[in-house]
Write a protein that binds this ligand. Structure first.
Ligand code: SF4
Ligand code: SF4
Length: 383
């Protein structure tokens, strides 16, 4: 076996970037057995960790950028290694040096757009509330029941605007006193943080926190599990504490309190995909399913990888902005799983999942046999 001399300077840089947790790894390889990448190609987080402990990380390689931060491997690790955080620490070094392998280069444009326009899509800030045109949506003011924070993709993406519109339709019908921030809303910053751009994350978070505080926001309703995760678990690093509610929790609450009546029928076979940042990262498995179960006529079925074992769509960890070659897209496999259980509808509750599933649905020969729906879109049809 080749003897490798540790490169201490690089080991120190990795430690300084937050990768000290690597030292606890004892190379059992359990992380690799559950990683979704190994269903589409060879990939070894264990190897990345090994290289990092010897200071042999190649920052120009794509390998460290593959992790979608799906959360599957940390729960398996017998040594409690904070695998996601340690992996992000390597990306921090790449980001600092501005070295990106070609599939990752779109992140440069995303960062520039986040910095200048507050969204990753290169859209004008002034158009952030255009999705709400013609709908009865107020601007948030102090004293309102809840702030609705749709997030970047629901504000700008043509497919996902439908989800924002379905959401406000439901909220209005339930008589909820809510408002939006409109052009004062910024990207939550969750995904750019996972690409290693800590500075930009902090900037976005501070701007949002300032807006929330100035507008006396206490309760925030979000559609994206990524906004949910960062507002709830990461913004607390800035010593603020807002009550954050995901739309699946809120809709469950509205139905449970009798504020929302389900009068229509939805006679379709539906399967539910747990988004990583709602399920594994935040333990929200029941509410979306309970909503679907309450819908008259709806038949709920489970895919082979469900709940804690949900199969990642491939969009977390900033991968939503990176190129994934054909044949390696996790979402293709997930659509196949939905088709295998005969689902007419693949329901979920995350803009990244919907984006990837819609792409895969069109790319697969028989993909159009299943529709992709956010749970709000299904609910809208039966109220
Ligand atoms: S599961 Fe944990 S200890 Fe095992 S190789 Fe992966 S990081 Fe190391
Ligand atoms: S978090 Fe998910 S994608 Fe990342 S290495 Fe672990 S299992 Fe693989």
């Amino acid at each position: 076996m080749e003897t490798v001399a540790p490169i201490n300077e690089i080991i120190d840089v990795i430690k300084e970037s937050g990768g000290d947790a690597f030292k606890f790894c004892y190379q059992c390889g359990l992380c690799d057995t559950v990683c979704p990448w190994n269903r589409v190609r060879d990939f070894s987080m264990r190897k990345i960790i090994r290289e990092a402990t010897f200071g042999l990380t190649e920052i120009e390689s794509e390998e460290m950028w593959r992790c979608t931060t799906c959360g599957n491997c940390p729960r398996q690790c017998p040594r409690g290694v904070e695998i996601i955080e340690a992996g992000v620490s390597l990306r921090r070094i790449s980001t600092e040096y501005g070295v990106f392998p070609s599939p990752v280069t779109p992140v440069r444009g995303v960062s520039a757009s986040l910095l200048g326009k507050g969204n990753p899509l290169g859209e004008d800030r002034e158009k952030r509330a255009d999705w709400a045109n013609g709908l009865s949506v107020k601007t948030f003011t102090a004293g309102m029941e809840i702030l609705y924070f749709p997030g970047c993709y629901l504000c700008y993406d043509p497919r996902l605007k439908k989800v924002a519109r379905a959401t406000v339709d439901i909220l209005n019908r339930a008589g909820v006193d809510f408002g939006i921030l409109g052009t004062r809303e910024n990207c939550c910053g969750e995904s750019i943080r996972k690409t290693g751009d800590e500075e930009l994350f902090k900037r976005l978070a501070k701007e949002n926190i300032k807006t929330f505080v100035e507008n006396e926001v206490n309760r925030i309703l979000v559609s994206s599990p990524h906004c949910y995760h960062t507002f709830k678990n990461e913004y607390s690093e800035f010593r603020v504490n807002f009550e954050v509610v995901h739309i699946s929790q809120y809709l469950f609450e509205l139905i449970d309190e009798g504020r929302l009546e389900l009068s229509g029928e939805y006679g379709k076979k539906v399967t539910y995909h747990d988004p990583c940042y709602l399920g594994r990262h935040n333990g929200l498995y029941d509410e979306p399913r309970e909503i679907l179960k309450k819908i008259p006529g709806l038949e709920l079925t489970e895919m082979v990888d469900a709940l804690e074992d949900s199969f990642c769509c491939g969009g977390g960890g900033g991968r939503i902005w990176m190129e994934t070659v054909k044949g390696e897209r996790f979402s293709d496999l997930r659509i196949r799983q939905a088709l295998d259980v005969g689902a007419e509808v693949l329901a979920t509750s995350c803009p990244y999942c919907i984006t990837h599933f819609e792409e895969s649905r069109l790319a697969l020969e028989d993909g159009e046999a299943t529709e992709i729906k956010d749970i709000t879109e299904i609910l809208q049809e039966v109220i």
